[in-house]
Design a protein around this ligand. Structure first.
Ligand code: GCU
Length: 664
């Protein structure tokens, strides 16, 4: 099947014979490993992949071929001889050493690690090398994660099977069939998560009760065996199961008349509930909680703080080693949302229990195509933080536009909190990372095939935030479409240009969400007056400390001053931080309103060009995927034009200044 079901785990015959022979030399022989390994997921993956890549010549017991040695240094003398004790200790609990060398006069491949998970990641790393056609000669990779907790967050709704902000399909979880029937697709899902080197997953929507949602049911006795079945699928792949819970569970699931965290009965209820879960899922991860946010209830009703609410759950989970992820997406609809999370949570720094992470969206608004980073990063030194990104493209084209977000996430993670001359990066302030997933039950998992590049990029950046987005894009393309240079160059160029293009034809200069209020996909500038603040003279939102909502003032230097002053504010965020006259001159001398029109026109031209670039791939890739993406790109070009027209028309009317460029 060419349709994308396999994600990037496509194992195909290595076409270069010399390369294939080299692979056989190094790893075409036995897999020498402890018995426990042979019962595990990594071995299954090797057995699936090696014959496919190495071809007919591959025989599991080819006496002339080199073997793969797997395990710790005690597992085999080959490993002890080729991997130093210090080197292996250095990769910690989840890292690995992957290397080739010689053992007993023959080439050998070593996958060494300190845990099953490390071995699994080392195995996927070896397979990636083979899939990419890399040489095994002198291979020596020593790798370990930079973030400890790496999450997939599914916003799937039990029982109805829909997905909050999901596009192109329904939930992969069939709660009615579980635990009796575990769809084989779930196994492929677990493989995919492990190949992304994610070690935790939340399987249900953060919204658990509003509008008749039933995610709260996961805590009922009926659902525990179903959860246990899912945990059973995930366990061999080193992924811990978490669920989103409703703060009012003691009264929704249980029969208490309160959910007050100071009430002893409430505390006991949660303790019993945790014990009940751990009885059937001994390695259960814990809870994700959206509280006092967008209709989901929380501790504020009882005049308790977010910390008091989170700590009560933490207390119930702590004896079992579980964690609470408490979301900071809390705002009051009145007034500017951006400074609110900081004002709410900063005073609570140091007040959260040890096993609580505060989960913070990358920016202060809501997964926009452009926004500054959340001011909570760097402001909570005594609190464990998790950063939340959105892989599903709610505000970035959904399943209709290609919009590769690798560069945006990289910019956020590598953001120099104390200025470019300082080493402090945003990711240094977090030890956990979560991505809101874009996968569903469509045959290719993501609807738009190119959206898989975002799924993939999230995993790569979660493991190592310093990875270059271009390298990630290029790897993804080669893993997904093969290594033809025209194919690689073309698709990488589309991915690279897609985020800037989307920003251009929707919301340049940080102006913010100009989309409709329901589905967030169509242009609706007239309904977004409170976002763009356009009047007869100018547009943009004043978020300075001096005269605006104060968001700029929550940054530390040098950003506070830079954002505060019009002259030093980076132009890409100009309208986010400042309200300026339409005739305000940019650094290059153009007026901001003309530049705003220009960028819309440019964005559309780029989107149109994607359809031209794609044509070069006709016959270079399979017809099915060629046609699928061709159609998507052509719809995108049309929808981009709709955006351009709607936005430019609207601002021409508001400003009374016509587009001098006169975009077609
Ligand atoms: C966005 C999104 C909601 C979601 C919310 C959240 O506002 O539109 O559907 O529930 O984020 O992150 O909780």
């Amino acid at each position: 099947a060419e349709d994308g079901y396999e994600f990037w785990l496509r194992y195909r015959l290595e076409a270069d014979t010399a390369r294939r022979n080299e692979y056989i030399q190094y790893c075409g022989g036995e897999v020498v490993a402890p018995e426990s390994f042979k019962a595990g997921a990594a071995y299954l993956e090797l057995k699936r992949a090696l014959p496919a890549i190495l071809g007919k010549a591959f025989q599991a017991n080819n006496a002339k071929a080199g073997s793969i040695y797997v395990g710790g240094r005690n597992a085999h003398p080959a490993i002890a001889s080729l991997v130093g004790a210090g080197e292996l200790a250095g990769v910690g609990e989840e890292g690995f050493v992957l290397r080739t060398g010689a053992w007993e006069g023959r080439p050998a491949t070593i996958i060494a690690a300190n845990s099953t998970r490390g071995i699994l990641y080392g195995t996927f790393a070896l397979l990636r090398t083979l899939q990419l056609g890399g040489s095994l000669q002198g291979l020596h990779v020593v790798d370990a994660p930079k973030m400890r907790h790496r999450f997939a967050n599914h916003w799937d709704n039990p029982v109805r099977g829909s997905i909050e902000r999901g596009y192109g399909g329904k939930s992969i979880f069939d709660w009615n069939a579980l635990p009796k029937k575990v769809d084989s697709r779930l196994n492929d899902w677990a493989r995919m998560l492990a190949s992304m080197r994610l070690n935790a997953v939340v399987v249900n929507n953060v919204n658990t009760a509003k509008n008749g949602l039933e995610g709260w049911r996961l805590l009922t006795p009926e659902f525990l065996p179903k959860l246990a079945a899912l945990a059973g699928v995930l366990r061999p792949y080193g992924v811990k199961l978490y669920i989103s819970v409703n703060f009012f569970s003691p009264s929704i699931v249980g029969s208490l008349d309160t959910a007050d965290p100071a009430d002893a009965r409430v505390r006991a209820w949660w303790k019993n509930k945790a014990a009940e879960i751990y009885k059937v899922i001994p390695d259960f991860g814990g809870f994700l909680v959206k509280a006092d946010s967008e209709g989901e209830p929380g501790p504020l009703k009882y005049k308790r703080t977010h910390a008091e609410g989170a700590n009560m759950l933490a207390e119930a989970l702590a004896p079992h080693g579980g964690y609470v992820y408490w979301r900071a997406f809390v705002y009051n609809a009145k007034g500017d949302r951006t400074p609110q999370a900081y004002n709410q949570f900063k005073p609570l720094d140091g007040k959260f229990a040890k096993n609580v992470f505060l989960q913070v969206k990358n920016g202060p608004v809501d997964f926009q195509v452009r926004e500054p980073i959340s001011t909570l990063f760097g402001a909570m030194p005594r609190t464990d933080l998790a950063v939340e990104f959105q892989i599903t493209q709610e505000y970035t084209g959904q399943d209709r536009h290609v919009c590769f977000l690798g560069q945006m996430w990289s910019d956020v993670l590598r953001f120099p909190l104390k200025g470019e001359k300082n080493d402090a990066r945003m990711w240094n302030t977090t030890d956990a990372i979560a991505g809101v997933m874009n996968i569903n039950d469509s045959r290719n998992w993501t609807g738009h095939l190119l959206a898989q590049a975002n799924t993939y990029a999230f995993g790569r950046l979660a493991w190592n935030p310093e990875t270059s987005p271009d390298e990630i894009a290029s790897d993804w393309v080669r893993l997904t479409f093969g290594r033809d240079p025209v194919v690689v160059k073309t698709i990488v160029s589309i991915l690279r240009d897609s985020w800037p293009a989307y920003e251009n034809y929707t919301s340049p200069f940080g102006i913010g969400m100009l989309c409709d209020r329901g589905k967030h996909i169509d242009p609706a500038p007239a309904s977004r007056g409170s976002v763009h603040r356009a009047d007869a003279k100018g547009f943009g939102t004043n978020r300075t400390a001096a005269k605006g909502s104060g968001y700029a003032g929550q940054f530390s230097e040098p950003w506070r001053s830079r954002y505060e002053k019009l002259g030093t504010c980076p132009e890409e965020l100009l309208l986010f931080f400042h309200h300026v006259p339409y005739t305000h001159k940019l650094k290059n001398g153009t007026t901001v309103i003309q530049a705003f029109y220009d960028r819309h026109n440019e964005g559309v031209a780029t989107a149109r060009d994607f359809t031209e670039r794609w044509k070069a791939l006709n016959k270079l890739i399979d017809k099915e995927r060629y046609e699928h993406v061709r159609k998507k790109l052509s719809e995108q070009a049309g929808h981009a034009e709709k955006w351009r027209q709607s936005i430019n028309d609207y601002f021409e009317k508001r400003s009374g200044i016509p587009d001098a460029g006169g975009g077609s």
